[in-house]
Design a protein around this ligand. Structure first.
Ligand SMILES: O=C(O)CCC(=O)C(=O)O
Ligand SMILES: [Fe+2]
Length: 366
């Protein structure tokens, strides 16, 4: 049941930080709150999370990465962007305008660059897929050299902490769905979770390119979508622009709440919940352009200056099961145990819908 709303609810995770563990009443309280969130808005702010890195640290890591010279980042580009590179699934991605500059029908939405890492410990050989495919979902991460990007270990630490937080949230979600707390433990085995650094550059003032949907004149750096997976934990900076759609179709701003994470569920979790939870549409407005914002001098604060210079940074973490994990509804019983989907098949089907991976894409012809 999705709903109308004017802002996102806040869930206080302070009890998770209690060194003596969660009390029974906190466990019940948090699991009820998460159930209500995922059954209504599908999105919430999490405050007082048990993460050791502050927001400033996280965005320091992102800025340091995206400030690397383009040639360093190209060494990490996925093979679909840089055919000499070996990595097919993890690494650096770029927006489509950079790669299809001669295609006049591409709108200037979705301008962004990103860098993705998966599990920090390499997968054991026997957990690798035997399926022949152009992507190796378990491939090792690629990194800039240690002296070019000294922050690797801190980014790996962030990954591990977000994975552990996801595991805590999944236990609470399992209880909320009348399942044992370890219901999702099979989903944690060989988990393929992805940590993505995102950089949306400031808009250009170029109005020659029409927006993607004429009825929606908003310039977007991330077009409306639901996340396809289980659970997303998002660090966003203070630029603003994230918007979440309520059941009446209204776009509700989800501005930065200091030191919070935004949590939401994806399509798979909605299925796992037997339709009790909703995967909510969201989008990101393009960061302001230099000239349009310079006219609003009275609003200039330091953070806006930053947005004018750099654009927006965000760091989503997508909790993902292992490649061989059977993902199925909590309502499945022995009679329909074969219903469900193997996670690796779900990812490959999804990737076929992304332009840079399609075999007919210009990049493969070049
Ligand atoms: O940048 C953001 O705030 C959201 C990004 C997002 O929705 C995504 O990567 O799925
Ligand atoms: Fe998303």
């Amino acid at each position: 049941m999705s709903t109308t709303f004017a802002s996102l609810p806040i869930v206080d995770l302070a009890p998770l930080c209690n060194p003596s563990g969660l009390s029974e009443s906190d466990r019940v309280g948090l699991s009820k709150q998460l159930y209500n969130v995922f059954a209504t808005t599908g999105f919430a702010y999490l405050v007082n999370t048990p993460l050791s890195l502050k927001h400033a640290d996280v965005f320091g890591l992102a800025l340091e990465f995206f400030n690397l010279p383009l040639q360093e980042k190209m060494k990490l580009a996925k093979a679909s962007f840089q055919p000499d590179n070996k990595n097919t699934y993890r690494g650096q991605v770029f927006d489509k305008l950079t790669y299809f500059p001669l295609q006049p029908n591409l709108a200037s939405d979705n301008l962004k660059e990103g860098f993705e890492i998966g599990p920090v410990v390499a997968m054991p050989k026997d957990s690798k897929s035997s399926k022949s495919s152009s992507f190796d979902l378990t491939e090792a991460n690629v990194w800039p050299s240690q002296n070019t990007y000294p922050s690797r270990s801190r980014l790996e630490q962030l990954y591990s902490e977000l994975q552990s937080l996801s595991s805590d949230i999944l236990s609470l979600v399992a209880l909320s769905l009348d399942k044992p707390a370890d219901f999702f433990s099979a989903y944690l085995t060989d988990s393929l979770s992805t940590l993505r650094l995102l950089h949306y550059p400031p808009s250009t003032d170029d109005t020659s390119t029409p927006p993607p949907v004429l009825s929606d004149p908003v310039k977007l750096s991330c077009t409306p979508h639901t996340d396809s997976g289980m659970l997303t934990l998002l660090h966003q900076d203070s630029t603003g622009g994230l918007e979440v759609q309520d059941s009446s179709g209204k776009w509700v701003p989800a501005p930065y709440v200091p030191e919070s994470l935004v949590v939401n569920i994806g399509d798979l979790m909605a299925q796992v919940s037997g339709g009790r939870f909703v995967a909510t549409m969201h989008r990101v407005r393009a960061p302001p352009s230099r000239t349009s914002r310079k006219q609003q001098q009275q609003q200039q604060e330091d953070k806006e200056e930053e947005a004018l210079k750099f654009g927006r940074f965000s760091v989503p973490f997508f909790f993902e099961p292992g490649e061989n994990c059977l993902v199925q509804s909590v309502d499945a019983d022995e009679s329909n145990v074969n219903k469900g989907i193997i996670y690796g098949d779900h990812v490959r089907a999804k990737m076929n819908t992304f332009v840079e991976y399609r075999e007919d894409s210009l990049l493969f012809v070049a």
